[in-house]
Write a protein that binds this ligand. Structure first.
Ligand SMILES: Cc1cc2nc3c(=O)[nH]c(=O)nc-3n(C[C@H](O)[C@H](O)[C@H](O)COP(=O)(O)OP(=O)(O)OC[C@H]3O[C@@H](n4cnc5c(N)ncnc54)[C@H](O)[C@@H]3O)c2cc1C
Length: 497
């Protein structure tokens, strides 16, 4: 017997989880089906974390509408969910005089979409604002902001779960049958039935669309690699530094972006690939990112890099066309009862709260529901001790001595934060689930110091060594005891003789 839900959301990225949170305001039975072992493991955890103003999106586009509305409500959203947010502003820099006319065009476009306080600044003013940045001039965009993308995704999911939404992790949707009011979603963990479906499967949204008979879209994955710089050089910039967007390019160009944790990101590159899961990072792009960012930031050195990652754009346009497609946010006639959220590339993080509002209105038109008295308007996944005043930390240690033990020295993460991350609302158990909730292992040593201590804590909290993974699936941390492995090696060598 399959479970019956009002709405099944396919995909636990920021879009699916924003929809889940918005739906959880009402007495609806909602499930999120996510193929990975945690939320935020797709594109939503691997982007620039920029809350875009809308200056770069086409006037009159679907993405323009959701970008502007999303940016309007984003700050409050982050405040309610205890997500780091900073209105640090952005400068779009013309490296040479001949790019200055491009700034004028961008400014006009931004103003026509409603972006406020745009101002063209000359070289001297740019130097005042950003002493380490080279450029002939820039547009100053003071309303642009940054937020922590994965903390937002996780907070959306956990607050929804606490408000009554069910999360099924490690649960890929492999087929869909039925029709509006009576859909059946097949998964390896059993079938799930639902009256409505929200397709927010990101890079695989075209495949989910095909499962309900809609063949009009194809996603072209386009990888964007990043480098993360050490916090010790986090002060090299004060705001985001963007180039003039390359004409016909697949992205906005290599930018230099501060994070809410004090690091700097360089990237992203833009390379089309055939595989949405191919999130590798490469030496070639590392060199390219350092060279391109170095034109703006001459003080940049390879030793500043602590690690790399990449995120994948779900593009609706192939490399031969180039540029950007528009967002699809619609129910199409071939599949009534399914809200298709397809091609949600940048600025999808910014737009997610606004998309969620419209998807919820759509669901309520079909299934009217009363307000949910159990809705959690505010939420805090893990209390970040490092952001508290010393007196507050003293009080916290008085309440629980685990607040007094630093386990991750690079990021100053306490034992209490790691314990709270282990006991998360979604029951996500991998090492990465703890990393993205607490920031432990994200610093200069990349887990060299705290990694083994976190493992000890997991074992103390009742996990068995055989169950521990880096990121779910077959990413086991331990292959067996040293004795077992020795015996296995001996047997193999004996067999080879
Ligand atoms: C390099 C880069 C930089 C970006 N920078 C910004 C930025 O600065 N600001 C901004 O606003 N936007 C930015 N974006 C865009 C933003 O990250 C995305 O628009 C947004 O994360 C999309 O969210 P999503 O939930 O639709 O997709 P995803 O986060 O990809 O979530 C989809 C989920 O569906 C799951 N899934 C897939 N198939 C199945 C299945 N069959 N069954 C169950 N689950 C499934 C996946 O595992 C995944 O978790 C950037 C994107 C990239 C790639």
């Amino acid at each position: 017997m399959s479970e019956n839900f009002d709405v099944a959301i396919v995909g636990g990225g920021v879009v699916g989880c924003a929809v889940a949170r918005e739906l959880s305001r009402y007495q609806l039975k909602v499930v999120v089906l996510e193929r990975a072992s945690d939320v935020a493991r797709g594109t939503s955890g691997k982007n620039s974390g920029v809350v875009h103003t809308g200056i770069n999106v086409p006037v009159g586009s679907v993405k323009g509408k959701y970008n502007v509305r999303g940016a309007e409500i984003f700050e409050q959203y982050c405040e309610d969910l205890n997500v780091p947010f900073e209105r640090c502003g952005k400068v779009i820099v013309a490296l040479t005089e001949d790019q200055i006319p491009d700034l004028e065009v961008l400014k006009e476009k931004g103003e026509s979409i409603g972006v406020k306080q745009l101002e063209i600044i000359d070289h001297d003013r740019l130097k005042e604002m950003e002493p380490n940045i080279e450029g002939a001039g820039a547009i100053n965009v003071p309303t642009a902001a940054i937020a922590c993308p994965y903390t937002l995704n996780i907070a959306l999911a956990e607050s929804s779960a606490a408000s009554g939404v069910e999360f099924m992790l490690d649960t890929p949707v492999t087929g869909i049958s039925g029709e509006q009011g009576d859909f059946e979603l097949e998964t390896p963990n059993g079938n799930v039935s639902a009256s409505l479906i929200v397709n927010s499967a990101g890079l695989f949204a075209d495949k989910i669309a095909r499962m309900v008979g809609v063949t009009r879209w194809r996603i072209w994955p386009c990888r964007g690699e990043y480098l993360i710089l050490d916090k010790s050089v986090g002060g090299m910039i004060n705001s985001m530094v963007y180039p003039v967007p390359p004409k016909g390019g697949a992205g906005l160009g290599i930018h230099i972006t501060p994070t809410t944790d004090g690091n700097i990101l360089l990237g992203p590159s833009a390379d089309y690939t055939n595989d949405g899961d191919d999130v590798r990072t490469t030496a070639k792009i590392r060199r390219q990112l350092l060279a391109e960012a170095g034109e703006f930031l001459p003080g940049l050195a390879p030793r500043h890099v602590i690690t790399a990652y990449s995120g994948m754009r779900p593009k609706l346009v192939p490399v031969s066309v180039g540029g950007f497609g528009d967002f699809v946010v619609e129910e199409v006639p071939e599949a009534l009862g399914v809200m298709q959220l397809v091609g949600i590339e940048s600025p999808g993080l910014t737009a997610a709260p606004a998309i969620a509002e419209d998807v919820t209105a759509w669901a309520l038109e079909r299934i009217p529901a009363e307000k949910n008295p159990g809705f959690k308007k505010t939420w805090s996944s893990v209390r970040r001790t490092r952001e508290e005043e010393l007196e507050v930390i003293d009080d916290l240690i008085g309440e629980d001595s685990d607040y007094g033990e630093i386990m991750c020295r690079c990021e100053m993460v306490t034992k209490k934060e790691i314990v709270d991350s282990i006991n998360n609302e979604l029951d996500a158990t991998s090492l990465n689930a703890i990393k993205y909730r607490s920031r432990a292992t994200m610093g200069r040593c990349q887990g060299g110091f705290c990694g083994p201590r976190i493992v000890d804590l997991l074992l103390e909290n009742g996990k068995s060594p055989e169950s521990l993974t880096l990121k779910g699936g077959g990413s086991w941390l331990f292959m067996g005891t040293t004795e077992d492995l020795r015996a296995e090696g001996k047997a193999l060598r004996a067999g080879a003789k």
